[in-house]
Design a protein. Structure first.
Length: 169
């Protein structure tokens, strides 16, 4: 349900001049935060930067809600609902992509742990992994933790590792 507040905040933003000032300031603060995390002596400075970011965040939320309340009659327009539902539909359409990318990431991690060198072997390894484990996440994660995987330098050895068989010595 965070879609609605995010829509309101993105729809009713600050003026262009305020955005042109705040965005570079936020980039600078983010860079300073990265540097301040390197050493404990900057701990107080890091706290100050985080407080500044929180205040700016609250300003954005306040301006967004205020803009929505002052323009409440926008909710009676079709354009408003189209924009909101396009955001919701866009997020819903991302779920299959995220599901697919999660498994591609696990497949890639398994392949990186092997000794497969050639690109064609790596491509075929994706198919081997898919046909052995398909979308069984627990099996894929078990295969990922298999230390014998690190010695696999052929597709047959990879297949044996995925099946849980012992590899040749």
């Amino acid at each position: 349900m965070s879609i609605i507040p995010m829509f309101i905040i993105s729809e009713y933003t600050l003026s262009i001049w305020a955005e042109l000032i705040i965005v570079p300031v936020l980039a600078l603060i983010s860079g300073l935060l990265v540097v301040s995390e390197k050493d404990k002596k900057y701990h107080q400075f890091k706290k100050l930067l985080n407080i500044i970011l929180i205040v700016i965040g609250f300003i954005y939320i306040f301006v967004g809600i205020k803009g929505f309340i002052t323009n409440l009659n926008d909710a009676s327009k079709v354009d408003f609902w189209q924009k909101m539902f396009i955001d919701i539909i866009g997020i819903m359409l991302h779920f299959p992509l995220l599901f697919f990318l999660q498994y591609v990431s696990i497949y890639e991690q398994i392949i990186k742990r092997t000794k497969l060198k050639k690109r064609i072997q790596k491509f075929l390894a994706i198919w081997v992994i898919f046909f052995e484990n398909k979308f069984h996440k627990n099996e894929l994660l078990r295969s990922l933790r298999n230390y014998k995987l690190w010695r696999a330098d052929t597709l047959e050895e990879l297949k044996n590792c995925l099946n849980g068989d012992s590899m040749k010595s």
